[in-house]
Ligand binder design. Sequence first.
Ligand SMILES: Cc1ncc(COP(=O)(O)O)c(C=O)c1O
Length: 393
Amino acid sequence: MKADSSFQTFLREELRGIRGHAPLVRIIDGTQGHRVRIEGRKVIMLASNNYLGLTDNPKIVEATKKAIDRYGVGLGCGRSIVSMRIQVELERRIAEFKRVEASLVFPTGYDTNLGAVWSLMNPETTLFLDEYSHASVFDGAKLGGAKVKPYPHGDMARLESLLKEPDKGKRRFVATPSIFPLEGDIAKLPEIAKLAGRHDASVYVDDAHAVGILGSHGRGSADHFGLHGKIAIQVGTLSKALASVGGYVAGSEELREYLFNRARPFAISTGHIAPPSAAAALAAIELLEDDDSLLKRLWKNASYFRDGLKELGFDTGNSETPIIPVILKDAQKTAAFSKKLFERGVLVRGFGPPTVPEGTSRLRTIVSATHSRAELDDALDAFAKTGKSLGLT
Ligand SMILES: Cc1ncc(COP(=O)(O)O)c(C=O)c1O
């Protein structure tokens, strides 16, 4: 009893700190889309990574129903025992889509980075990485015991100087997200690949926000920059633009085999991608390959919305993608802005320290291909009114 009550005290004390930073989690009824139903009314959704609006796409929904009829809902064992046809078919299609030899699918994007970095990067490895890399990459490096050398966001001169420093590491990797989740800018991948090549390092790219968004038909950053064959490890998620759940590593056949056996979140788990999720990802890739009109609409919507915000006098930082921050600097004002926007029918998430550096608090807006012009105009109107009422524009 004593231990139990001190445990409860610990939780209560920790939660006091956590609750100070935690934003209100809204519950949506019905499907996720460009508009969502919350507390009985429809609000414009500008806070989701559902870039292409595929989460309720009829073709994808139908494909998942068929997959359940054919494969059921789960595997029930580790994939070192058996794999389902639909799981290996998804891996084959991802590899084809990404124009690499092979891929391996993990339960989440987080597990993908964690498992890949943890298993590939040990104390004999030096990992150079953009400071704004995802927590899963840092976590994997910590578990693997790699020597980590972060460089300031996008700073190629610093990356070069770090690569030139004497280093006893037997293997070297340079890792970066291709699209930065809170900035919406794109990594300088050609320069990174050149520097890595010159200094005997392999490139690890996290395409979580780029698959389905960058490159022809959404193939990702390697395709966007014409770097096929130059990126050793391409990681991505199935849970954002591809409207499913899961993550993947795409690269060589040997890389797949190594991770299949050594990446612990994959190799020692029975939690593998379920048939409906595999079917949804397969259908999303099919849809992207057949038709890039959604991709074009996404980019048009992004430019329209970003230009509109800039015209209203907001600071959108270095955004060049459908992720468009509105940098308000002050954490309190950011929280108040997000609350007022919701009252005006627009859902936008605010981010403050410690998620972003002090003095850079921001609203993060994310447009989708399926937002109509009228919805974007309504959202801009809500931004204009809220900005004025808070004395920010
Ligand atoms: C850059 C980046 N990498 C990896 C992930 C993890 O992907 P998932 O959400 O599928 O776990 C995320 C997402 O949250 C991300 O933003």
